[in-house]
Design a binder for this molecule. Structure first.
Ligand SMILES: [Zn+2]
Length: 289
């Protein structure tokens, strides 16, 4: 008997959420409302989305898409949220608790509203930008500059090597100098302009731990709402090109890097809603096949 391979799509179904930027129909009172305040999203006290009718009638709504056929709208609450129902929560806390695809919708709300707040003025002529109908994009009414919402692509990779004779394969895990420093995570980094995803993996692994890898294979992707607006994570698996090579950390981004047997992984792993964890779990499952 063999276990079925773990597919990233089964770990994060997103069929019920369709991103969309259509303003042709005005928000209805029963539509989903996702108010953003700073880096947090305001939800009902039960963690479920608010409705448009819960907010003042003069609210300025931004189209986000549909969740199970129900239109969803975001708004930027630049002032206090006093008097509104519910509570403000960061994406990590929401994603850890609510099911997909609501977590993905919440991430899009945070990404789009943050992008709009930080892209108010034309970078070329300083005029105030206006929304481009039907798109998540803005345009300058004076000089015509087109400002689409841009995504930052980042890669992460689960690198394995054979374990000692009679033992399980080993997985390379690293600890970062910033963020959750106690977490054992995967090598990751942003893609440079002009670089393929694959080249970014080879470069990041070389820079961060000094190892050559081969057998690079695409695993899946995840929109990520923690590292800033509009981050798209692309996950890969790879094998250490030299099974005897030990990682050497750069001391700048990483504080340590270590091989762990797949049957002896540390407890401090990335959270269950992250593609990092899906990659690690799939690597463990795949090794047992
Ligand atoms: Zn302009």
């Amino acid at each position: 008997m063999t276990d079925p391979p773990t597919e990233p799509t089964s770990a994060a179904p997103s069929g019920g959420f369709l991103p969309w930027a259509d303003r042709s129909r005005p928000p209805g009172p029963g539509d989903l409302a996702l108010p953003v305040t700073g880096a947090k999203l305001l939800t009902g006290v039960d963690g479920q989305p608010l409705r448009v009718a819960d907010l003042p009638a003069d609210t300025d709504w931004v189209p986000l898409g549909t969740l199970d056929g129900v239109p969803a709208w975001g708004t930027d609450l630049t002032t206090t949220v006093d008097g509104l129902p519910g509570r403000a929560r960061g994406w990590a806390s929401l994603a850890a608790e609510v099911p997909e695809p609501y977590a993905t919708l919440a991430g899009r709300a945070l990404a789009v509203l943050t992008w709009r707040r930080t892209h108010r003025w034309c970078g070329a002529c300083r005029a105030e930008l206006t929304d481009q109908p039907g798109e998540t994009a803005r345009r300058c009414p004076d000089c015509g500059l087109y400002v689409p919402m841009q995504l930052s692509a980042a890669v992460l990779v689960a690198i394995t090597r054979p374990g000692p004779p009679g033992h399980a394969d080993e997985l390379l895990l690293v600890r970062h100098a910033t963020g959750p420093t106690g977490l054992w995570a995967l090598v990751a980094g942003f893609v440079e302009a002009g670089e393929t995803l694959e080249a970014a993996v080879h470069r990041e692994v070389g820079e961060e731990v000094g190892l050559p890898v081969d057998g690079l294979a695409y695993f899946g992707s995840q929109p990520w709402a923690i590292s800033g607006p509009g981050v798209l994570l692309a996950g890969f698996t790879a094998r250490a090109a030299d099974p005897r090579a030990e990682p050497v950390v750069d001391g700048r981004e990483l504080t340590s890097a270590q091989w762990f047997g797949l049957d002896a992984l540390p407890a401090q792993l990335p959270p269950a809603y992250s593609i990092s964890r899906w990659l690690i779990d799939a690597t463990v499952t795949g090794a047992r096949r």
